[in-house]
Design a binder for this molecule. Structure first.
Ligand SMILES: [Zn+2]
Length: 198
């Protein structure tokens, strides 16, 4: 049986037995938060449990490294949609120790891609067309710095409302322990006070 078949087989039973009933909720996050975190497999269930997030509580966005590569890319759009359309009013960026994006070198992926049939000409052609292939495939040095970058990217976004708090945290993928890197309430209070002065 293929992996796809086993998923589809399980799914038939899941629906037939109405196992979905305990997950039913709405699209509006009860805790009014949007979380950006990493796609790391260890965090799949650990992170929601460690943060006491249940189905219906939060908007959860995951990618490799909890990185925001572009202020007008799909991650930032998802955060804005969660805030304006779905009622989230706090953002938490949660990086983690031992992330695959820490120290990721483009040469590693480029070499593997060639071993799996992507020609050097294709890579050269992309670079010739102005695509920053190496930049696109580069990770970060320190998880704390990446969390801070993502928080700043969100916080300084021209379309973000000023009253939204943006927090930065790092989670341990073994124990689920969270370390606070940026307390977004401090920033939000500061900008509120500055606004009042103006
Ligand atoms: Zn990761």
């Amino acid at each position: 049986m293929t992996l796809l078949d086993s998923v589809l087989d399980h799914n038939k039973q899941f629906v037939m037995e109405k196992q979905y009933e305990r997950f039913q909720t709405t699209k509006f996050p009860d805790k009014k938060i949007v979380i950006l975190t990493c796609m790391d497999t260890r965090l799949l269930e650990l992170l929601p449990f460690a943060m006491n997030i249940k189905n219906g509580d939060a908007k959860l966005i995951r990618n490799a490294g909890a990185v925001i590569s572009h202020p007008f890319g799909s991650i930032m759009r998802s955060i804005l949609v969660a805030i304006y359309e779905l009622g989230a009013n706090e953002v938490m960026v949660v990086g983690h120790h031992g992330c695959g994006m820490t120290g990721l070198q483009p040469s590693s992926i480029l070499q593997k891609s060639q071993e799996r049939g992507v020609s050097l000409e294709t890579i050269d052609m992309l670079e010739f067309s102005g695509v920053d292939v190496k930049g696109f495939l580069t990770g970060f040095e320190k998880v704390e710095e990446n969390v801070e970058n993502s928080v700043q990217m969100i916080k300084r976004h021209p379309l973000l409302p000023k009253d939204v708090s943006v927090h930065g945290l790092v989670i341990c993928p073994e124990t689920g322990q969270l370390d606070l890197i940026i307390n977004g309430y401090e920033d939000t209070n500061m900008s509120m006070i500055q606004n009042q002065k103006v």
